[in-house]
Design a protein around this ligand. Structure first.
Ligand SMILES: *[C@@H]1O[C@H](CO)[C@@H](O)[C@H](O)[C@H]1NC(C)=O
Ligand SMILES: *[C@@H]1O[C@H](CO)[C@@H](O)[C@H](O)[C@H]1NC(C)=O
Ligand SMILES: *[C@@H]1O[C@H](CO)[C@@H](O)[C@H](O)[C@H]1NC(C)=O
Ligand SMILES: *[C@@H]1O[C@H](CO)[C@@H](O)[C@H](O)[C@H]1NC(C)=O
Ligand SMILES: *[C@@H]1O[C@H](CO)[C@@H](O)[C@H](O)[C@H]1NC(C)=O
Ligand SMILES: [Ca+2]
Length: 527
């Protein structure tokens, strides 16, 4: 009986190929044990977990109260927006409520009373979690769709932004881009960022309300029109570089750049009918858990994967402590239909007690030494357990040994240092005259010129004489009639020819030395 249940569980994921089960308890010849599979959470309505921000401040209507009209009947201007009256207010949260009462609730901007200054608004959605889109993003505009807008996305919680799609009634005019349709993209261009005119043309504000970012059409390039061949899509997502990331976001931003015009030009005498009104933003996707979780829960204000396979982190992006005998890997959709879990392995399990701190996937037994050692340590590590840093690198003392960035490059200045090694705190060994952690500075009384050299002259002890000036501590620039390292020597004294303006003669080494000697003697006498 127990065997039968186990068998059923065993068959279930194999039959479905949906990646919705992470593990099952199976009976093999060696007895019962867990079997693991690549797995991912179900798609969800992501608007339920989003935080929204609308910019600039004061763009939401109703403070002060304002009237607005419709394009269809510009003389019917009874509608009013008043932020202080809950019945007449249009705050951002109304883009995310459920529209079940029949009557649309919407966020609304101020009207375009400042025309011809552009009416600009940003709506930024943040999840503080990587999301993989599984269906179209659908934005519903009451009172007409913008004639120009742009969708941007971030993959790093809003630190950097990238264009996702451009929308305009005339792409060439608005963005200098040719208009294209997602339907016309091919397998090699499925992740192209394009400008579309399909969602910006005027067709009556009640008739055409939605602006889409077409995820399904892009999926259909691989999975066929009804997304029947998901296996092909998953194979592509796995193998085509950047394709998976294209559908992954942590944040989205709608940049509304010009409202619906209801015609070809703006009627200056009735600016009350130009504004933005968004009743709904539908984003369908699943938490990105790197195929290591089939559940994603909302905890402490953020979505988090319930990681399996001994992984951890918000996206199951690393191995749990004590499960780092090989480097972390994302699970894989391949081979079909159940993928590979690529689970993290306990230290001491997979390789007969050889811990490599996640810097190597291979161990090897060295016969004559009778030791097991990690092979090809990565991340600039070395040693039997990849526990040391390679020469030219030093250990980051505040990082764990299994951190990918545990070894920091010494970065010793090639000219100023003896070699490219450094001590445990990153200090290089400097040549004479050089100083600083990386030996790229000079000691006092030295100057830098392809290395550190002792000053020839300065403002204290090595003063240029006879009105000479010290050039970058490297040499004295002598006035006419003087020469020598410190301009200490009169040309006339050194060579009689100079006295009557004859061609200058090179002073012999002997005379220069004599001059320096004389200078030093004079110094003594002055003392
Ligand atoms: C909207 O965001 C963009 C950056 O993506 C920024 O350059 C622009 O100034 C913002 N516009 C408004 C009206 O806040
Ligand atoms: C984002 O999520 C992380 C991990 O769950 C959490 O530690 C952090 O506080 C969250 N940040 C915000 C602004 O919610
Ligand atoms: C994770 O660790 C637990 C506890 O050691 C173990 O029972 C389980 O089999 C491991 N799972 C995987 C996928 O390695
Ligand atoms: C050392 O590691 C810590 C913790 O991971 C990190 O915050 C810090 O930036 C690292 N220092 C350097 C110099 O890379
Ligand atoms: C590394 O060298 C610097 C400079 O010589 C020294 O101050 C520091 O204490 C050294 N660190 C260690 C761990 O030896
Ligand atoms: Ca609504």
């Amino acid at each position: 009986m127990l065997y039968l249940v186990a068998l059923l569980l065993h068959c279930l994921p194999l039959a479905m190929g949906q990646y919705d089960i992470c593990k099952s308890w199976v009976t093999t010849d060696d007895g019962p044990s867990w079997e693991f599979y690549a797995c991912q959470p179900k798609a969800m309505r992501m608007k339920d977990y989003v935080t929204v921000r609308v910019d600039p401040a004061g763009i939401t209507c109703g403070d002060p109260p304002e009237r607005f009209c419709t394009h269809e009947n510009p003389y019917l201007c009874s509608d009013e927006c008043d932020a202080s009256n809950p019945d007449l207010a249009h705050p951002p949260k109304l883009m995310f409520d459920s529209e079940d009462e029949g009557l649309a609730t919407y966020w609304q901007s101020v009207t375009w009373r400042r025309y011809p200054e552009p009416l600009l608004a940003n709506i930024t959605l943040s999840w503080n979690k990587s999301i993989e889109l599984t269906d179209d993003i659908v934005i519903t505009f009451e009172y007409g769709r913008p004639t120009i807008m742009m969708l941007e996305k971030s993959l790093d919680n809003g630190r950097t932004w990238h264009p996702y799609q451009y929308y305009a009634d005339d792409c060439m005019e608005a963005f200098s881009m040719p208009a294209r349709r997602v339907r016309d993209l091919s397998t090699t261009s499925a992740n192209r960022v394009l400008c579309t005119e399909e969602y910006s043309r005027w067709a009556g504000s009640k008739k055409e309300k939605t602006v889409r970012f077409e995820v399904r059409d892009r999926f259909a390039i691989f999975a066929g029109p009804d997304l029947k061949n998901m296996d092909n899509l998953y194979t592509r997502l796995e193998s085509a570089k950047g394709l998976k990331d294209f559908f992954t976001v942590t944040d989205l931003r709608m940049r509304l750049l010009r409202p619906a015009l209801g015609g070809t030009y703006v009627q200056r005498e009735n600016l009350y009918k130009y504004f933005y009104a968004v009743s709904n933003i539908e984003v369908t996707g699943r938490c990105k858990c790197n195929l290591h979780a089939n559940l994603c829960t909302f905890k402490e204000g953020s979505l988090q994967c319930e990681c399996e396979h001994n992984t951890t982190g918000q996206d199951c992006g690393k191995c749990k402590k004590n499960f780092r005998s090989r480097s972390w890997r994302a699970g894989s959709y391949l081979p079909l239909p159940n993928g590979s879990p690529n689970a993290c392995a306990a230290a001491g399990s997979a390789f007969g007690n050889c811990e490599c701190y996640g810097h190597s996937n291979r161990c090897s037994y060295i016969d004559f030494l009778n030791v097991v050692t990690c092979v090809s340590c990565k991340h600039n590590t070395r040693g039997q357990h990849c526990q040391h840093c390679r020469l030219g690198f030093y250990r980051n003392s505040s990082a764990e040994l299994d951190d990918e960035n545990v070894c920091i490059e010494c970065n010793c200045n090639q000219i100023g240092s003896m070699h490219d090694r450094c001590n445990e705190t990153g200090y290089c060994e400097c040549k004479e005259g050089a100083m600083g952690p990386k030996c790229d500075d000079c000691l006092p009384n030295y100057y830098w010129r392809q290395g550190c050299f002792p000053n020839v002259c300065d403002d204290e002890l090595l003063l240029c004489q006879n009105g000479g000036t010290c050039y970058q501590n490297q040499r004295c620039v002598c006035p006419v009639g003087f020469k020598g390292v410190l301009c200490q020597q009169s040309r006339c004294e050194a060579d009689k020819k100079d006295c009557n303006g004859g061609p200058s003669a090179r002073g012999s080494l002997g005379t220069i030395l004599l001059g320096v000697l004389a200078l030093q003697l004079r110094g003594r006498v002055d003392l």
